[in-house]
Design a protein around this ligand. Structure first.
Ligand code: C2E
Ligand code: MG
Ligand code: MG
Length: 732
């Protein structure tokens, strides 16, 4: 049963939907008309049947009743005519002289004629009745009556007419008597026949009533069934239209929401399916048109770069993100120098080609997250994001990208037949939160860009004069640092390291830059620049070489032969692939006792890539080189990490030493570091010891060595040797 219903549904699905909606509606209308015609026909037939019953009640039964009644009346009339003729008598003397009763002649003649007419009338009426198709019971009764009627005619009426005409009273009386006798028999039979007619009429009437009732019932049932069928079919028809229409609406809605890849369901081949097919054909076009509209609205048609509108959107997002993360971003306003001249002299086509080329180059200078937009003409804007939380670093980064852009733009390019070299002016402004509006930021970058133009083009300027000044100072420092080494401006200073007896253990080598105009520049001011520019690699090597050579020189002097030298190694330097070979080479070249050389690494350097660090440290440690963990306590190294590193010394960071007398916390940290070193069998030394109080405290904590202004500031070699000599001759 279930599978039957399912296959019916499948049939409807597969076949019904094949027909167009118009045909389906037409079929419904046709079906409705056919059902109406059928119903009307059934009703008419039913009504005709009941009508036929009523007609037969009247014509087949009432007409014979009238005929039979008239026959009955004619029989009665005959009796009355005879009696009236027999009563109009007088006596006359008969042939034998006996007086006889004689009827009035006229009356007798008139009576004879009347009875004769009545006989004719009865015959006619009976003929009319008997000629009809009679029911079986009726026919039998009629046959019986016919016999009686014949006898009555022959025995009574015909003799009566003869007797009347002959004015024979006795014969007339006898005929009358015969008539009465026959009437006694005939009258009940006639009445019976009439009753039968009434009974048959009633039966016919009942049949008619029954037929009428049945017709009415069947009409109602048929009407109900047809209404149910029609409404069922109508429902199916509506469903077959509404369901697909709903799918059409849903599909349109999806497409209007921009889901152009929406699957379009096509079932059957009716008008709705054709709409869906048409929509499917439009689908890809709509998608590409939408893309085209989006492209037109948000992108510059010439270069395909984001336009001003999209840039503003992205800037808005970048400002919010920057406000949340407190990281800097930058806007670089870029204007090609002399673009107008190219456009005017070589035509717009060439100008356009140049813009397209420059757009490509600009894109090549940026990271994925950054944006380059074209505002119009030869004006481009670059938006840099995530430049970090530090304004100086962000400025350096933005300036670096600006420099990269300037360098890319000056690369020659082919325009038509000629080679052309462009340049650009860049104005930069930084942003960190939403303190400035987009318009303000763009205006600032624009202003800075005009300054750059005034500065002689092919250059960049920051909007903020302080940033600009700092950047310029840094830039010139970097430039000067490049010459510092070859020009012998770098010097090694030595800061003494002593034990608790104030005996010299050695020194830490610290760089100084004797700048021709600035005087002595401390490493804090130039080591970061050296690291960023990569100059730290050759400089670091130079320091190491200097330290090794110094150690070598000290080896022959009993005063100095046991001194160690600590050399700071920067992360960039240590990460160089040839760092270990370079150190080995130096060791071989100088031939020092490697145990006197100590390399200082910071915690962050070590933890950055533990595997690589451990490997390199072990390789050098095998050659006898010692390692000290500089600025210890400021990083996050764990005990287990320390354990696997081949270090021999922890250097307590000077920030803890500086406050340990006043801060309980720092005192505890210093004690902990000393305890930790003892447990790990490591050497420990305190940095930045400036006061006697600090030294005493460190002694109490069990710190065996220290370095700081108290023992001696970083100083040139000669001063250091002099100081050491004094210390050696003046025992503590
Ligand atoms: P560092 O390795 O922690 O060096 C110790 C710093 O503390 C030195 O600063 C030193 O002058 C300073 N100092 C020593 N005793 C005291 C004291 O009692 N009080 C105070 N306030 N300061 C003291 P300097 O020479 O300015 O060096 C700074 C940093 O520059 C060094 O910190 C080191 O990280 C780096 N550096 C110096 N020379 C080199 C080098 O040749 N190569 C590398 N990669 N980095 C170097
Ligand atoms: Mg150091
Ligand atoms: Mg230090």
């Amino acid at each position: 049963m279930l599978s039957l219903a399912r296959s019916w549904r499948v049939w409807v699905r597969l076949h019904y939907l094949q027909f167009p909606i118009g045909k389906r509606l037409g079929a419904m209308m046709g079906l409705a008309a056919a059902v109406s015609v059928l119903l009307a026909g059934m009703g008419i037939a039913g009504l005709a049947a009941s009508n036929e019953s009523l007609r037969s009640v009247y014509e087949d039964r009432m007409v014979p009743v009238r005929e039979l009644s008239r026959i009955h009346a004619l029989f009665l009339s005959n009796r009355l005519i005879l009696q009236s003729a027999l009563s109009a008598v007088h006596t006359e003397a008969g042939p034998s002289g006996v007086s006889v009763l004689v009827m009035d002649r006229n009356t007798a003649q008139l009576a004879a004629e009347s009875i004769n007419r009545n006989i004719q009338a009865i015959n006619n009426l009976w003929q009319a009745y008997a000629s009809k198709t009679l029911a079986q019971q009726e026919a039998a009764q009629a046959a019986r009556f016919e016999q009686v009627r014949q006898r009555y005619l022959e025995d009574a009426l015909v003799p009566a007419v003869v007797a009347l005409r002959a004015n024979n009273h006795p014969l007339t009386l006898r005929a009358a008597e015969q008539g009465r006798v026959h009437f006694e028999v005939l009258a009940p039979q006639l009445e019976h026949l009439i009753d039968l007619q009434f009974a048959l009429a009633d039966a016919g009437y009942q049949v008619g009533v029954e037929r009428y009732r049945n017709t009415r019932l069947w009409a109602l049932v048929a009407l109900a069934v047809s209404m149910l069928t029609m409404s069922g079919l109508g429902w199916m028809l509506i469903r077959s239209i509404v369901r697909p229409l709903e799918r059409v609406i849903n599909t349109f809605r999806q497409i209007s929401l921009g889901h152009y890849d929406t699957q379009i369901p096509i079932e059957g081949s009716d008008e709705i399916s054709k709409v869906m097919q048409a929509l499917q054909a439009m689908q890809t076009k709509l998608g590409s048109h939408e893309n085209a509209i989006h492209q037109l609205a948000f992108y510059d048609p010439l270069t395909n770069l984001p336009n001003r509108r999209l840039l503003r959107d992205r800037l808005q997002l970048a400002l919010s993100a920057s406000a949340r993360s407190q990281t800097y971003g930058a806007i670089l306003m870029i204007d090609l120098d002399g673009f107008k001249i190219i456009n005017d002299t070589q035509g717009h086509g060439v100008g356009d080609d140049l813009l397209v080329e420059m757009a490509q180059r600009l894109k090549g200078c940026l990271r994925q997250a950054d944006t380059v937009a074209r505002l119009g003409g030869d004006e481009f804007v670059v938006m840099l994001v995530n430049l970090g939380p530090d304004a100086n670093q962000a400025a350096i980064h933005a300036e670096g990208i600006g420099e990269k852009i300037l360098q890319t733009i000056v690369q020659p390019c082919r325009l038509g037949q000629q080679s052309h070299q462009s340049s650009a002016s860049i104005g930069i402004t930084l942003f960190v939160d939403q303190s400035a509006t987009i318009d303000e930021l763009l205006k600032r970058a624009d202003l800075a860009m005009y300054q750059a133009k005034n500065n002689g083009r092919n250059t960049q300027r920051f909007f903020d004069p302080r940033i600009q000044a700092a950047l310029e100072a840094r830039l010139s420092l970097e430039l000067e640092l490049r010459h510092a080494l070859p020009q012998g401006q770098l010097e090694l200073y030595y800061q003494v390291q002593v034990d608790s007896e104030r005996d010299v253990l050695g020194a830490e080598v610290l760089l100084r830059w004797r700048h021709p105009t600035r005087g002595i520049v401390g490493p804090a001011d130039f080591i970061p620049i050296a690291e960023e520019s990569g100059l730290i690699v050759p400089i670091g090597e130079w320091v190491l070489r200097g330290a090794c050579e110094q150690l070598k020189r000290w080896e022959n002097n009993p005063l100095t032969e046991h001194w160690t030298l600590s050399v700071n190694v920067s992360a960039l330097q240590f990460r160089q692939a040839d760092f270990v070979p370079m150190v080995r080479r130096l060791l071989e070249q100088t031939g020092i006792n490697t145990r006197r050389l100590k390399l200082e690494l910071t915690e962050s350097l070590v933890l950055d890539n533990v595997d690589d660090t451990v490997l390199k440290m072990k390789l050098l440690n095998q050659r006898g080189i010692q390692f000290a963990m500089d600025d210890f306590g400021t990083g996050h190294s764990s005990l287990s990490q320390l354990n696997q590193l081949p270090i021999s010394q922890l250097k307590i960071d000077r920030s803890f030493v500086a406050h340990m007398a006043s801060s309980r916390n720092d005192a505890v940290i210093v004690q902990t570091i000393i305890g930790m070193a003892r447990n790990l069998h490591l050497n420990v030394i305190a940095e930045g010891v400036e006061t006697e109080e600090q030294r005493v405290l460190l002694e109490q904590f069990g710190c065996p060595a220290y370095q700081g202004y108290l023992a001696g500031r970083p100083m040139p070699l000669n001063d250091f040797v002099e100081l050491a000599r004094r210390k050696a001759s003046v025992p503590a």
